[in-house]
Design a protein around this ligand. Structure first.
Ligand code: ACO
Length: 375
């Protein structure tokens, strides 16, 4: 095989572009977001501050921060047609991730075609789409967005109608910040491929959502929590996990293409979960999850020696979002609500680069087939 025809299956290890948005070192377990170590910025910044940082490569001034908050707040309400679409989707109880994708798609009804405006629109309206769909699906009236609340606080408010405590907002914000940006993952790459053709921002976000949905990417936290619930008691962990591995199942929340040590996002979310679950059922669940994690890591090393399968972000995502009262079906859409910030930032970078993304495939099929003679 000539060098030109070496196939990098899954594009593993391929550097396809340059970025200022994040740096991942999978051997050191390090994630830097626009210059800041994740553990420094995620538990301290607001969603809007981090979004501004990704879009502009610096933190906002006080006036810029207020302006961004106002710009987002002004775009939270959904077009009537989007609400009608979500109502129809709720009647069929479709997957909330599909509802989010369809809802974002319908924002083209009010999009301007200008990347900056449409990025604001996609970021601002995504939480409203998720919350509106969720309430309609449970025969509840949607709660209109509250312009006075921050992005994270308003999302929690639209889900259950309660003005959230500072601790709940901080926990949600830490989660959203932790997963907003993460290099050339599958959904971000998808969004960049789409915008690289000079397509539009809404299409890029819709494509990102499609890629995020799968369990090998953003669809794992629900099943990760299901496993902890299924185990129920610490003493059952070993038997249940052994059975799963013997059946050839993958343990959700473990393994990563890039991280060969513990995913640093798992640490940030684990610490946030620990702060949040100080007592009661949450603390018991946290203790159980920690035990399950330890057993899972030991048995993964036994079943797949040398694969270095470690805890990934999805494991503690499940715990923190469950602690915030979100149903399992909302975990992946909430990941989408966060990641739309990263997708739009990458789309801006890709627009600036101006180059269409167009790799090649090595043809392995036959060459000499002939169309059957007629008659
Ligand atoms: N449980 C059991 N075995 C696993 C797991 C797991 N979670 N992950 C990988 N393996 C095994 C595979 O079966 C394979 O074994 P084999 O070589 O004996 O066939 C080996 O480890 C390598 O697996 P690959 O699929 O080649 O690794 P890849 O880097 O392509 O996959 C992925 C990474 C998709 C995340 C994988 O680890 C996985 O499926 N994990 C479970 C799902 C999950 O947690 N997804 C969330 C990822 S984080 C995120 O995207 C936000």
């Amino acid at each position: 095989m000539s060098t030109a025809m070496v196939v990098h299956s899954g594009l593993e290890g391929i550097i396809a572009e340059e970025t200022r948005l994040s740096h991942i070192d999978g051997e050191l377990g390090e994630l830097i977001i626009a210059g800041y170590p994740l553990e420094e910025i995620a538990p301290n910044a607001t969603y809007e501050q981090l979004l501004f940082l990704l879009w502009h490569d610096r933190l906002p001034s006080e006036a810029e921060y207020r302006a961004l908050r106002a710009d987002l707040a002004a775009r939270r309400a959904l077009p009537t047609a989007t609400i009608a679409l979500l109502r129809a989707a709720a009647q069929q109880a479709i997957d909330p991730m599909d509802a989010l994708r369809m809802g974002v798609d319908s924002l083209s009804l009010v999009a301007s075609g200008r990347p900056q405006d449409d990025a604001l629109l996609a970021v601002a309206a995504s939480p409203t789409i998720v919350a509106t769909y969720w309430r309609l699906r449970h025969n509840q009236d949607p709660i209109p967005p509250d312009e006075t609340l921050s992005h994270a606080a308003n999302y929690l408010y639209m889900l259950d109608g309660q003005k959230p405590s500072g601790a709940r907002v901080r926990a949600m914000e830490t989660y959203l910040n932790t997963v907003m940006e993460h290099g050339f993952n599958a959904s971000t790459f998808t969004a960049r491929v789409i915008i690289s053709t000079d397509s539009d921002m809404i299409s890029a976000v819709v494509g990102g959502l499609g890629a995020l949905k799968g369990p090998k990417h953003g669809g794992a936290p629900g099943p990760a929590l299901d496993m902890v619930f299924e185990i129920g008691q610490p003493e059952r962990a070993e038997a249940v996990i052994r059975e799963k591995l013997a059946r050839g199942e993958r343990l959700m929340g473990f393994g990563h293409r890039i991280y060969k040590v513990r995913d640093p996002r798992a640490d940030v979310l684990g610490a946030a979960a620990q702060r949040f679950f100080t007592d009661g059922d949450g603390a018991d669940l946290y203790a159980l999850a920690m035990h399950v994690e330890k057993v899972a890591l030991r048995l993964l090393e036994e079943a797949k020696p040398g694969r270095r399968l470690q805890t990934n972000v999805e494991y503690y995502t499940a715990l923190i979002l469950h602690g915030l009262g979100l149903a399992t079906a909302l975990f992946t859409p909430t990941f989408g609500v966060a990641r739309v910030g990263g997708w739009t930032a990458h789309a801006f970078e890709q627009i600036a680069s101006g180059r269409i993304i167009r790799p090649k495939a090595a043809y392995r099929g036959p060459r000499n087939r002939r169309w059957p003679a007629q008659g």
